[in-house]
Design a protein around this ligand. Sequence first.
Ligand SMILES: [Zn+2]
Length: 151
Amino acid sequence: MAITDKIYVKNHRQLASQLETSFPKSAFSGATLDILFTGDGIAKLDDASRDRVLDFAEDFLDCDCQGHPHCGCPERKFISYLLELRAQGLGPEAIVDVMGDDYMLYAYPGDVLSFLDDAVRTLEAAERLADVDDREKAGEAIGTRRRELSR
Ligand SMILES: [Zn+2]
C-alpha cells in the first residue's frame, strides 16, 4: 500500500455529519476526493474545517487533467510535500503534526517512517545505477537528495 492510502481525515465523523453524507476516512479515497474535497458540500463545513479543506484542494487538486481528481496528481503532489518536510529536517512525528495543522489530516508515524525509509532505499538504488552507468552528474544529484532525506 502506498503512503497516500494511509493518510486519514481528522474529525472525520464531525465533517461527515456537517456534510450530511458519509465518505471514507482515507483522504485519497476516490469518494473522499469527490465528496469532501471537490464536492458542493464545502459550504456546509465550519470555517476552520473549510479553510483546511480548501487549502488541501488548492495545493494538491489543482491540475487540469481529464481524470481530475482521480489522475494520480494529488497523490504525487502529496508525496513531494512529505519529502519536502523531511528534507527540512522534520521526523515522522513532526510531519504528522504539520499535516494536521496544514490540512487536518493524520497518519501513523510508523507508516510515515517506513515510507521515508523506502524513499531513501529507492534513491540509494538509483544512485548505484547511475554509478554503474557512469552518469556522474545524475548520481551526485540523487546522492544530494538522499542525504537531505536521511539526516
Ligand atoms: Zn492531474
